[in-house]
Design a protein around this ligand. Structure first.
Ligand SMILES: CC(C)(COP(=O)(O)OP(=O)(O)OC[C@H]1O[C@@H](n2cnc3c(N)ncnc32)[C@H](O)[C@@H]1OP(=O)(O)O)[C@@H](O)C(=O)NCCC(=O)NCCS
Length: 204
């Protein structure tokens, strides 16, 4: 893709290209069983050297327009807390969203906050028409992230993946560019406590 990979900022997070020096943190965080358990491409146990090899592929894959991977770091202290990325199919102006957050930081809203910035980059920066995401049906936290992003549930792919010797179902969600733009234009929630009125639409 023309131009270098940008850095994206949110209220609490910075999404930046991975650096070789991130490899030990990636191995430590993504090497946890809790991360491998509900993802499809993360090896477990996580082999020495695999994180550095993975990071070394990023620049070429971004340039080729096939992957936009981002390290998720906190603005407060610059610590790596996770990863998010778009696997791109530019011929169809679409991408698949993926993310993981280190186990110690689950439940702080980081996945949603990071993915929201990435959706905006995908639609307004890359000109995508559709962004989809899939999760194992036994991983409702990921489904909830997709729901909070405004993605629409499209259905279940039964027995779609063989995970650690068991065939599992995948739930698919997606959002189209006009839906994303409409969500940006929607009025902000009135006040904390009006939770029912704004359910599924997190304030920025
Ligand atoms: C899925 C994952 C990325 C979520 O990260 P996170 O930073 O904790 O996500 P957020 O805090 O933004 O949102 C999580 C939501 O799931 C909800 N949740 C958590 N566990 C849940 C459960 N068992 N059932 C239903 N909802 C659940 C949380 O309450 C929260 O929703 P809320 O804001 O309405 O309360 C994280 O758990 C993870 O990295 N898992 C391992 C890797 C993975 O599964 N990646 C996704 C592959 S599809």
């Amino acid at each position: 893709m023309a131009g270098g990979q940008p850095t994206l900022e949110t209220a609490r997070l910075i999404l930046r290209p991975f650096q070789a020096s991130d490899a030990p943190a990636v191995q430590r965080l993504a090497g946890a069983r809790e991360i491998a358990d509900t993802t499809l491409a993360i090896p477990h146990p996580y082999p020495d050297g695999a994180a550095a090899e993975w990071i070394a592929t990023h620049a070429a894959r971004f340039a080729a327009g096939t992957l936009a991977p981002f390290a998720v770091v906190t603005r407060a202290d610059g610590l790596l807390v996770g990863a998010t990325g778009l696997a791109l199919v530019m011929a169809h102006a679409q991408a698949e969203l993926g993310y993981w957050i280190g186990h110690a930081d689950w439940g702080r809203g980081y996945a949603t906050e990071a993915a929201r910035a990435l959706l905006d980059f995908g639609f307004r920066g890359l000109g995508l028409h559709r962004i989809q995401a899939r999760h194992l049906t036994r991983n409702p936290a990921s489904g909830r992230v997709m729901e909070k992003l405004g993605m629409r549930f499209e259905g279940i792919h039964r027995g779609a993946v063989l995970k650690w010797g068991t065939f599992e179902d995948l739930a698919q969600h997606a959002i189209l560019v006009h839906e994303w733009l409409a969500s940006l234009a929607a009025p902000a929630p009135a006040a904390p406590g009006a939770a029912d009125a704004v359910r599924g639409r997190d304030p920025r």
